[in-house]
Design a protein around this ligand. Structure first.
Ligand SMILES: Cc1cc2nc3c(=O)[nH]c(=O)nc-3n(C[C@H](O)[C@H](O)[C@H](O)COP(=O)(O)OP(=O)(O)OC[C@H]3O[C@@H](n4cnc5c(N)ncnc54)[C@H](O)[C@@H]3O)c2cc1C
Length: 381
């Protein structure tokens, strides 16, 4: 067993750290205030190689893989969980295209997605309940328009990350039959009948766009059916469980590292009883709990990403990594605020942002309740 990262992975981690400190950090106060996605970041992250990390080289990516992606997300997430979240979903949106795209779709879309000239997302969730994707009501039917074969989509998706930013949306829809077939479609910006809906105003992940997309009599050419008709649910669930959950674990690692650093820095400076508070056993115990939370989360997340990179079954590993790291990030944000005393709740320190951000890690890509079901099933197979 070798826990050492490769030289290439270490370099990538360093590149991501520098990017986060120089390109992301200055935008954080603006994103917090305005709640808007900074459009320049998509192409910048493409140029830095963060969007093409899972895309094979022949389609313009680096093919460095999922552990490399985890390292990038941790570094970016340490500076901004909102930017890490947007980044994780840009890459999630690419995954079904890599897995099931036709040669024409891959050649047309992947190079631009790797460069960040176009951005992607996955649109599954509806008001009918995110935990049960079979309850979606967005429908599709085959139709010929102006001599072209295609499908007409009608419905409304909610809680979609990058909804108003993405150029390519991987949309799950169903047939109207009583026992429906589920299929996925590549809905591209500018297609008639497709438009963004309401934008959510979230208390955390400020600046990461979350919103509705609306499909009204939206004609999608047959060339934009992704994968075989009827395979849609299987396709998107594979991406969510193996790439979406990994991405949320990566965001959680960032928040864990940020919480630990903030608490440790503050405890070294804050003086009480004539000495820094990091000499107090109770404060040391909180720092220790945070360090253990970060380390155990890293081990689970890196192992799950390694399994994915090596073509091993990893749904339960991903669920464990997602569950543990997100729950630990919630604990770490709470402890970091406590170490700051009353100052932890003021805008002067970032701990209040971490407290607002962490809770959103839980529902995204499946709640902790759902993760436990996946893990429970895996140990009773
Ligand atoms: C910030 C953010 C970004 C998101 N981005 C996307 C995106 O890009 N694309 C997308 O398609 N979706 C996205 N989602 C949606 C997300 O996947 C759903 O919010 C999530 O699946 C939960 O669905 P829900 O909110 O409808 O809650 P519900 O499914 O209504 O769940 C409500 C409660 O019931 C519990 N519950 C559900 N089933 C069970 C069960 N079997 N046993 C026990 N308890 C259960 C849940 O844990 C939860 O506590 C995003 C959500 C958020 C908050």
């Amino acid at each position: 067993m070798d826990f050492k990262l490769s030289a290439e992975q270490e370099i990538l981690r360093q590149v991501a750290r520098e990017f986060a400190e120089t390109r992301v950090a200055p935008l954080v106060p603006i994103m917090e205030k305005e709640g808007k996605w900074p459009d320049e970041l998509g192409p910048a992250m493409g140029e830095a190689g963060f969007l093409g990390v899972t895309i094979p080289e022949r389609y313009g990516g680096s093919g460095l893989g999922h552990l490399a992606r985890m390292l990038i997300l941790e570094e970016v997430g340490t500076v901004s969980a909102a930017v890490a979240m947007a980044l994780q979903v840009f890459v999630l949106g690419i995954d079904p295209i890599i897995n099931a795209g036709s040669e024409e779709q891959k050649e047309r879309l992947l190079p631009a997605l790797a460069e960040g000239q176009r951005l992607a997302t996955v649109a599954i969730t509806e008001a009918s309940g995110g935990s049960d994707p079979t309850a979606i009501t967005t429908t599709y039917r085959a139709e010929k328009r102006d001599g072209a074969d295609g499908f007409v989509l009608d419905g409304r998706k909610v809680f979609i990350t990058n909804a108003h930013v993405a150029d390519v949306q991987v949309v799950l829809a169903r047939t109207e039959e009583e026992t429906p077939r589920f299929s996925t479609f590549l809905v591209e910006r500018g297609m008639p009948g497709f438009r963004p809906g309401r934008e959510e105003h979230k208390v955390g992940f400020r600046g990461c766009n979350t919103g509705e997309i609306i499909l009204e009599d939206c004609f999608v050419p047959v060339a934009n059916l992704l994968g075989a008709e009827g395979d849609g649910l299987k396709l998107v669930l594979k991406s969510i469980s193996e790439v979406g959950r990994a991405g949320m674990a990566g965001c959680a690692l960032g928040l864990l590292a940020a919480s630990l650093k903030a608490a440790s820095d503050y405890a070294a400076k804050r003086q009480l009883y004539g000495k820094p508070i990091n000499r107090l056993p109770a404060i040391q115990a909180k720092l220790a709990d945070m360090a253990i939370a970060l380390e155990t989360s890293r081990l689970l997340a890196y192992k799950a990403a390694w399994a994915k990179d090596n073509g091993l079954r990893c749904d339960a590993d991903m669920a464990m990594a997602k569950y543990h790291s997100t729950e630990m990030a919630i604990l770490a944000a709470k402890l970091a605020a406590e170490v700051h005393g009353g100052y932890g709740y003021t805008e002067e320190f970032p701990t209040q942002r971490y407290l607002r951000d962490v809770q959103l890690l839980v529902p995204s890509a499946g709640t902790s309740d759902v993760m436990k079901i996946v893990i429970g099933r895996s140990v009773s197979r």
